[in-house]
Design a protein around this ligand. Structure first.
Ligand code: SF4
Ligand code: SF4
Length: 483
């Protein structure tokens, strides 16, 4: 089995021939013995670049790992919650090879410490013990010191007993949840608005359940509700609420916009209006919502047997890996216009997709989706070659003349990127690419009291980067409201 991880103790995973027939989590988690063995590999470095250089929220990595070696798992969890609101999520979906584990000094001469797997172990054990009634969930938010708040943990409250100031958070993904939890912990009256029927944003609709099980996310979101954060579902910016209504009749003193970049970009080629063409966002959302229901899984792309996924990023990997799990799928291909070397996808995800039988067609660009009777019958493609690197250092794909060919497929999934939803912004400026413009230091938009962060500002990045932005915004909103 391919394993590109540079980490030490290998986490057990379902065998590829088994996992393509179910939507259970692929990685099965460390046992206690594995976790302690792996934690003992940590050198407890004085400089700990894993934390200072690698983790966007500066998790206290050596400290929580040391607690594991001492068998103090709940203490390890509490150390993590000083800096992160979603440890079980981050331990699963962070691109660790680029972040904490990519900066671990152990990795210079061998395998990095499996920091993400240890984080997941600690958070999963905590969840199991809470659900079993062995321990109580603590509802405190990340500490005031960690959030940079100058006051006490109740700085949002007025001293004369009047109601706390109200803050609206738009979006329930990692940026919104992190911002909401820190502001709630600082004493503000926080309401999260999300257009979906269940909170979690991209974590709920964009990450396959076999990488992030629904119950893991739900437990971490429930923790926020228990901490006092109100969550209003099916409230869409531009439709049910606007910045004007929030700051006007609804009485919010500040607004944080963290509604991600969930609007898929289209291929922009002829034929994408045919039945059988779907955006990766809708595809993943539909499959996640279907759960174990085989009929519902099939109904996302009815009758699809041969599926082409266009793109080479992590969303394309999620889409192709979910596609092979659709009961009727016979062949799944990823079409990418550069070579494997330029592919932005996480190498571990790519390796797992290959193990699951996904075909990769490199140096190929789609030209037209072909159809008959309104339905997809094929994908006209052209071979590409890579030119010399341009000023950005990227090798640009250029078409090879006369190399057109047709791929016989009956469904096409567009996974070439996404942008933000910009409705209902009421004067908050956006860039040419559709992302909200903010002050780089304060995350303030041009409209007083309105802040933004995460993918809606930067374009699609990582879960933990969005969480870091949400926490920064909480500090800035706290400072703004204290003025
Ligand atoms: Fe590593 Fe992500 Fe955890 Fe930070 S949050 S320690 S980057 S897995
Ligand atoms: Fe431990 Fe690696 Fe961090 Fe050093 S860099 S403290 S070995 S996890």
């Amino acid at each position: 089995m391919i394993n590109l991880s540079k980490s030490g103790t290998r986490m057990p995973v379902q065998a590829p021939e088994d996992r393509i027939h179910n939507i259970n989590e692929v990685a099965e988690g460390f046992t206690e013995e594995m976790a302690v063995r792996e934690a003992l590999r940590c050198l407890q470095c004085r400089e700990h670049p894993c934390m200072t250089e690698g983790c966007p929220v500066s998790n206290h990595i050596p400290d929580f790992i040391r607690k594991i070696t001492e068998g103090e798992y709940e203490e390890a969890y509490q150390i993590l919650t000083e800096t992160t609101v979603l440890p079980a999520v981050c331990g699963r979906v962070c691109p660790k090879y680029l972040q904490c584990e990519g900066n671990c000094v152990r990795g210079e001469k061998g395998r990095s410490v499996a920091i993400g797997s240890l984080e997941r172990f600690v958070a999963d054990l905590h969840r199991k013990r809470v659900l079993a009634g062995e321990i109580e969930e603590k509802t405190a938010a990340c500490s005031a010191e960690e959030t940079g708040s100058e006051g006490t943990a109740a700085s949002g409250k007025t001293t004369d007993g009047a109601a706390a100031k109200k803050v609206a958070v738009i979006g329930s993904g990692p940026a919104g949840l992190a911002c909401a939890k820190d502001l709630s912990g600082a004493g503000y009256d926080v309401t999260v608005f999300t257009r979906e029927s269940t909170p979690g944003g991209v974590l709920a609709y964009g990450i396959p359940v076999f990488r992030l099980p629904e119950e893991v996310l739900r437990f971490e979101v429930d923790g926020l509700s228990a901490a006092g954060v109100k969550i209003e579902t099916e409230k869409e910016l531009g439709k049910d609420i606007t910045i004007d209504t929030l700051m006007g009749e609804m009485g919010f003193s500040a607004v944080f916009i963290g509604n991600g970049a969930g609007r898929s970009m289209g291929l922009g080629i002829p034929g994408t209006d045919l039945s059988g063409v779907i955006s990766a966002a809708d595809f993943l959302d539909g499959l996640n919502a279907a759960g174990e229901d085989k009929e519902k899984l099939d109904s996302v792309l009815p009758g699809a047997k041969t599926i082409a996924i266009i793109g080479g990023g992590n969303v394309a990997m999620d889409a192709c890996r979910f596609a092979v799990r659709i009961p009727g799928a016979e062949k799944v291909s990823v079409v990418y216009r550069r070579s494997v070397k330029e592919m932005p996808a996480d190498p571990a995800e790519l390796a797992e997709a290959m193990e699951e039988g996904v075909e990769f067609i490199y140096l190929t660009a789609p030209l037209e989706v072909l159809g008959e009777g309104g339905k997809v019958t094929g994908l006209k493609c052209q071979k590409m070659e890579l030119s010399e690197p341009d000023a950005s250092g990227r090798r640009k794909p250029v078409p090879v003349e006369g190399s057109e060919f047709t791929l016989a497929v009956d469904a096409v999934v567009e996974a070439i990127g996404s942008s933000s939803d910009n409705d209902g912004l009421d004067g908050v400026a956006v860039s040419d690419r559709g992302y909200i413009i903010v002050d780089a230091d304060t995350l303030a938009t041009g409209r007083a009291g309105v802040f933004a962060g995460g993918d809606t500002v930067t374009g699609p990045k990582t879960v933990i980067a969005a969480m870091g932005a949400g926490r920064r915004a909480a500090r800035e909103i706290d400072a703004y409201l204290k003025k």
